[in-house]
Structure formats: structure tokens, C-alpha cells
Write a protein that binds this ligand. Sequence first.
Ligand code: SF4
Length: 448
Amino acid sequence: MNAHLRRGICPGLSQPMATGDGLLVRLTPTGTTMSCEAFAALCTAARNCGNGVIEITSRGSIQIRGLTEASVKSFAAAVARIDLAFGEGPPVLSDPLAGLALQESVDASAIAVDLRRAIAVAAFAADIGPKVSVAIDGGGTLHLDAVAADVRMRAQARDACLHVAVGGDAEAASPIGAVAAEHALEAAMRMLRVIAAGGPAARARDIVATNGPAAFRRVIADILVDLPGPPRRPAADPLGKHTLRDGPLAIGIGLAFGHAHSTALEELTRAAAELGATGLRTAPGRALLIVGVTANGAGHLADIAQRLGFIVRADDPRRQVVACAGAPICASAEIPTRALAPSLAQVAVAGADAPMVHLSGCAKGCACPRAAPLTVVGIKGRCGVVVNGSARGEPLVMLPPEALPDALSRCADGVRRLRVGDESAAEVLSRLDRAQIMRLILGEATGA
Ligand code: SF4
């Protein structure tokens, strides 16, 4: 194990964050498979030392909640005894089935290991801000297109190269060009050096917004190869069965609203071990991948996961609602998002623009930085409803929390009624005027 991947040590453990339900520790998996035994031990430690709530974030990090000043030390000691490695320094993500995926053209996890090692000894490492991240995508179907990163690389089999972009998710990032796989590490380091030169607050998107992408292109000009940009690809969905290169399957399981109790996770993990799974990985999109099961085993695990309250079907309505921790867990929250979320799941309109509803305890919008068809933001104990905007948007109406389920249900009914063809909820809402949407939400007769 290299120096910067010390077992049980990570910034989250050394710098837990104070929240409304105690201290929170965030662990960033290194992209390798965690054994069932190790993951079950992590669940036990979370239950013994924290309040038992475990979250998988939209980027695939693991968060342990409800620790105390005293118990966080016990938790760190317990994690140190578990055979698990977590990344330190700037997050370097690889695609969740890196090294196992049937369709990948490059093992992104191998590049990620080298990159973490290089960053750890780089002279400029101290100047890289804590939120700067790198996404390396080996080209499998479970890709990282929806994950924002300062530096992103995407392999494509046809070209034997990695396409490089900076400052956002695959859609928003600025393309820089392509480099041969053997130059991927060098290219990533040179671009991180550009970001570090701006100081700890610098982010790639800000550098691009101020000066354009030229600063990044210039530093890798000598290794760029001339290729057209990569094609768009269907959204990655971690749920369901994924065929692996060496035969068995991985099955993706979702955590409802991004969290679960450690008892349920541990029971699922022990069932996975009994069914022959080799281990687990986390996946962006608040999911777990159970690796190395047969088709039969995957079916059994899906039944067990469903019984335990996990999400196993792509059309599960809970997937239409994304919620942050909210009150009382987060001290900044103005509304109890997790208590409200289940009552809103049934009102959502299935469509291409899931999630339909983003519940945000405050304007920070931790759970979903993007626009959603309906964003509910907590303001002084009330719910501001922002249409086709983010948590920082201007609310169209303000409602008490108890009025929210009926209001969003009426709005969803209206969207269904007014939808033409396969229009998404966002498209329907975008062609209605302010008064029409207010009538949908508030339940008055509408000519819309
Ligand atoms: S969006 Fe606000 S309330 Fe929700 S977790 Fe983030 S800071 Fe807390």
C-alpha cells in the first residue's frame, strides 16, 4: 500500500465535520473492491461509534454520521483495524467498475492509483484546494459523465486515448483535447499544477470562466493528439445487473434518499457474502455495487435488498426525489427534508429528467447543485418552490411543509395532463408561464 493510501487514515477521519447530529466522517473509497467482511466491520463500527446512519453520496463517498469527539477516535481505531483503503488528498475518482467492466478500454483505477501517488509527493500539492477533484473514466457503461470534476478524462477504445476536459460534468466541462493513455498521468498532473497556481480557492471552472481553457491546453500541447471529441452516451445507471469481464455479475443497489441504517447494510453485506459475492464498491448516484455474484445470487440479493428497504428497481419512485440531510441533522437546515422526502416520492412524474424533486434544507443545495424541475428550498421554516432552477433560485411560491405533498401532487398531475408526447417534466414546466405554474401548485382552476 502506498504512502498516501494508509489504511484507515483519510482527511475525513482526521478532520470530522460538525453537523446537527454530531460529527460526520467522509471516506472516499479508492475504487477497489471492499471485501464483504471489511464492509460489514465498517457498518458495525458506524453503529457502535455513531448513530448508525451511513450515507453514500452522489459522488460515491461513504459518510458516517452521529459520531462524538470521543467516539470518533474509537471509530478511527476501528477503521484502522479493518482491511479497507480510503483515498487522501484531492478526490481522484475512477469509474465504479474500473478493472472489472466488460466494456472498458483502460483500467482507470490503475491510473488513479498512480495519480494519487504523484499528487502526494508533488511540490504543489499543498496549494490544491480541498474540493478540487479528478475523474478518470475507463470507458465502461457505468461511466462518470454525471459527476462534476475539475479535471476529467474519458477513455475510448476506438482511439486508445483519453479525452480530457476541465471544470464540470461531461456536458458542462470545457474540452481540452485527447492524450495517449501513457500520457494520462502526466497530463493530469500538469493541469492540476495550473489549478494549484491559483491557490487553494482556485477551481478549474473559474479559471476557464476568467481566461478560457487555453491555460490548460497550453500545458499539455506537446502531448495532445488530434481527435474529434467523444460522442455522448446514455446516462449511467448503477441499479440492476452488470456483466463483468471475468464472468460473474455485479448488482447495483440504491440507498433511498442516499442513506441507510448500518444494521440493514450489514445484513445485506452478510447475505451477499453467503451468496458468494467477492465484495462491494460504492457508485456515484448513492448506490452500492455488490460484486462477483451469479445471476441466481443477484436475484436473491435483490429480494433481500428490497425487503431491507433498499432500491432495486429503476422505476422506484423514491429515485425521483433527492434530499439533503436537512433538519435536524444539518445545523443550516430550515426544513426536515428527510422526513418530507417519502411523502413526495409518489407525486413525482417519471421521465428523462429524474430526479424531479430536489429537497434542500437551505439555499446551499448540497444534494443537487443542478437545476431540477421542482426544487424545494427551506427558508425560515417554510418551503420555497423553485421551478426549473436550483436551490439558489428565486422561489415561485412559499408553502408550509405540511402543504408540500398536496401542492407537488397537484403540480405533478398537471404536468402529466399537459405533457405532449415524451416531453420531460422540465420541458412541460418551461413552456408554462408563471401564473399557470402557480395555479398548478396552488390548486386553483387553470386554463393551462
Ligand atoms: S443543503 Fe443546506 S441544509 Fe442541506 S445539507 Fe447542505 S447545508 Fe445542510
